[in-house]
Write a protein that binds this ligand. Structure first.
Ligand SMILES: Cc1cc2nc3c(=O)[nH]c(=O)nc-3n(C[C@H](O)[C@H](O)[C@H](O)COP(=O)(O)OP(=O)(O)OC[C@H]3O[C@@H](n4cnc5c(N)ncnc54)[C@H](O)[C@@H]3O)c2cc1C
Ligand code: FES
Length: 325
């Protein structure tokens, strides 16, 4: 796709339920997995959008089915509670859309944390079928961007490869700054033998981004890889060193813990750069029904000067300066 070419806004595409067959799986540490799924007809997704995945066996939904059959309210059995089954879908960013032999493949990247992601890590073997709904939410806006700085904290890395790929297709210059507590918690595959700059200056050190001609700068809280310190500080220094970025057409995109993203937004305000943030709130339905994912945003329409927005439907990507952190 070239710059200026019109794309159908992803929000216009209605989400659907799909069965995705796992066709590729990579474990790049005990905690992080990358899976690729073939889901017939899944298309039109943009970076920043997400899917929700059923992370439990069908037999775990017995209580819900009994309700449908009998009209009684569902009651979780004590065994289900003891086993901590993930009864509501779990949201995951679309990590990439890659060409496969049978059309587009949808990639997800996730960190194993609790019952849902543990189930996924065990069951998402090559050949397995997963139930998912998507594409959901409103993704990153990319039109007219000349230079993009991507700032990813921890698992906030998940939407970044897809975003970098789409921006590069539109001719945008892209650089990625990635941060984590330690090297082990960095969801990135570092190229063997690559030199990671200790000041956090980006280099071609991650294969999947190097293929897109995107340099990556790394920061870790304990200094075990790249620059010692917080990603938000690394970004502040990077923007001070690269003053040429403070001009029309440059955008900072960020995803990660909210404390980190709020500092990233403050930094971009200092440098007068627009910043798009991808929020990750707890979600139950993912489709605007349960109201569990609200965040407060500035609003001129409301007397109090703010209003609630739904991260699942109105976001997850928002203008960083509109959010009340
Ligand atoms: C729009 C969106 C996109 C996401 N994309 C990804 C992704 O691409 N890869 C990925 O690994 N994770 C992603 N997450 C987070 C992911 O959904 C949770 O890690 C997952 O639901 C955990 O489920 P679980 O049953 O394994 O653990 P749970 O028992 O539900 O949670 C385990 C731990 O994770 C924390 N946690 C759970 N959900 C969230 C959340 N939304 N934000 C912050 N902390 C949370 C809990 O506090 C708890 O400490 C995303 C979340 C949202 C809302
Ligand atoms: S997750 Fe249910 S309304 Fe957003």
């Amino acid at each position: 796709m070239t710059r200026g070419e019109k794309t159908t806004p992803s929000s216009e595409r209605a989400p659907r339920q799909y069965r995705g067959r796992v066709v590729n799986r990579r474990e790049f540490s005990a905690q992080f997995l990358w899976i690729e799924l073939e889901a017939a007809g899944f298309a039109g997704a943009g970076p920043g959008q997400f899917v929700v995945v059923h992370c439990a066996d069908e037999s775990d939904y017995v209580a819900g089915r009994a309700w449908e059959d009998s009209g009684d309210w569902p009651r979780a059995k004590s065994a289900e509670l003891r086993n901590r089954v993930a009864l509501v879908h779990r949201p995951f960013s679309i990590a990439d859309m890659v060409d496969g032999a049978n059309g587009s493949r949808l990639a997800l990247q996730f960190r194993v944390l609790g019952p849902g992601t543990s189930w996924l890590a065990e069951k998402a073997q090559v050949g397995a079928q997963l139930r998912l709904v998507g594409p959901l939410g409103k993704g990153f806006r990319m039109e007219g961007v000349r230079q993009a700085v991507l700032a990813a904290g921890g698992m906030g890395m998940a939407p970044m490869l897809f975003l970098a790929r789409q921006l590069r297709r539109m001719g945008t210059e892209v650089v990625l700054l990635a941060g984590a507590k330690t090297r082990e918690l960095l969801p990135l595959e570092i190229t063997a033998g690559a030199v990671i700059d200790e000041e956090g200056e980006p280099s071609f050190c991650c294969e999947s981004f190097t293929e897109l001609e995107v340099k990556v700068g790394i920061a870790t809280d304990d200094g075990s890889a790249g620059r010692l310190g917080l990603l938000s500080d690394s970004l502040a220094d990077y923007l001070s060193r690269h003053r040429e970025l403070c001009q029309t057409g440059s955008v900072v995109y960020t995803c990660g813990p909210e404390a980190m993203m709020s500092k990233v937004v403050q930094t971009t305000q200092v440098h007068q750069l627009p910043c798009q943030v991808c929020m990750e709130r707890y979600m139950a339905c993912g489709v605007g029904a349960c109201q569990s994912c609200v965040c407060r945003q500035k609003s001129e329409r409301s007397e109090d000067g703010w209003e609630y927005k739904l991260v699942c439907n109105d976001g997850p990507v928002f203008d960083g300066q509109s959010i009340l952190w």
